[in-house]
Design a protein around this ligand. Structure first.
Ligand SMILES: C[S@@+](CC[C@H](N)C(=O)[O-])C[C@H]1O[C@@H](n2cnc3c(N)ncnc32)[C@H](O)[C@@H]1O
Length: 239
């Protein structure tokens, strides 16, 4: 079965859904990180013109919420998942402070508690570095997005050359102090290779410093099953 027609998440063997996600110190430190002017345009990119039913994966302390509230369409129905109770507690007050109604659930990206085709858009900011099973999480994004729906992301990824080797060396320690974050994942390669999605935009941006660099932001469109997407075909000769 092709990835685009798979309608349930495939969980790889190393996923332990019973493993607790509970990083109180990381939640405090993450909340203290300044939301700098450098990050703001990219948070605006994630939030821009969202409408309909939208799901944010791993919303952390809710840093994205003010940007969503600032550009929310009238019909926006915002949902978020966050498995770490320390993060979730902060996200609840961030939603309150931003005046944003959020249906926030304790769930993991690898096993989303929503039916197929539930959302017009799914948003992810620095989450695929941390999820236990990125393949299962991406399959879940494809499952819950409506055909034609958008997956919008901002993720740090594996670097090139010696920097990638440095990330490999640092990741075991980094993972322990940064809430499970992997520095060296080929996250966006995984995204663009997935046949459930057409790539609309994917660009490296000048954000982050080694070892949390490069950072890529982009938009994928959920393909429509059983329908040939004509925009994906090269134009015929003579047309
Ligand atoms: C680096 S933080 C990013 C937080 C937020 N998205 C932001 O833009 O600031 C990564 C978040 O992913 C959450 N997370 C960890 N494992 C997860 C999983 N399996 N599914 C969804 N979120 C997860 C963490 O608890 C944490 O809040």
């Amino acid at each position: 079965m092709s990835q685009s027609t798979t309608r349930s998440a495939n969980r790889s063997d190393d996923t332990d859904p019973g493993r607790e996600i509970d990083h109180p110190l990381f939640a405090v430190l993450y909340d203290l990180l300044p939301q700098s002017l450098v990050v703001a345009p990219h948070r605006e990119y994630l939030a821009r013109d969202l409408s309909g039913r939208v799901l944010e994966l791993g919303c952390g302390t809710g840093d994205q919420f003010p940007y969503v509230a600032a550009s929310a369409a009238d019909d926006l129905e915002y949902h978020a998942i966050e498995p770490d109770p320390n993060m979730r507690k902060r996200a609840i007050s961030a939603a309150h402070d931003a005046g944003l109604a959020v249906d926030l659930r304790d769930a993991r990206a690898e096993s989303l508690p929503y039916p197929d085709d539930a959302f017009d858009a799914v948003v992810s900011g620095a989450v695929f570095c941390t999820v236990q099973d990125p393949a299962a999480a991406l399959a879940e994004v494809a499952r819950v997005l409506k055909p034609g729906g958008e997956f919008r992301f901002l993720e740090h990824v594996r670097a090139d050359g010696w920097r990638a080797r440095g990330q490999d060396l640092l990741t075991p320690l980094w993972e322990r102090v940064a809430g499970g974050c992997h520095l060296n994942r080929n996250t966006v390669d995984r995204f663009v290779a997935h046949d459930a999605f057409a790539v609309e935009d994917a660009e490296r941006i000048g954000l982050g410093v080694f070892p949390v660099r490069p950072v890529v932001r982009g938009r994928l469109r959920r393909r429509r099953e059983g329908v040939v997407d004509l925009s994906d075909l090269a134009p015929a000769v003579g047309t």
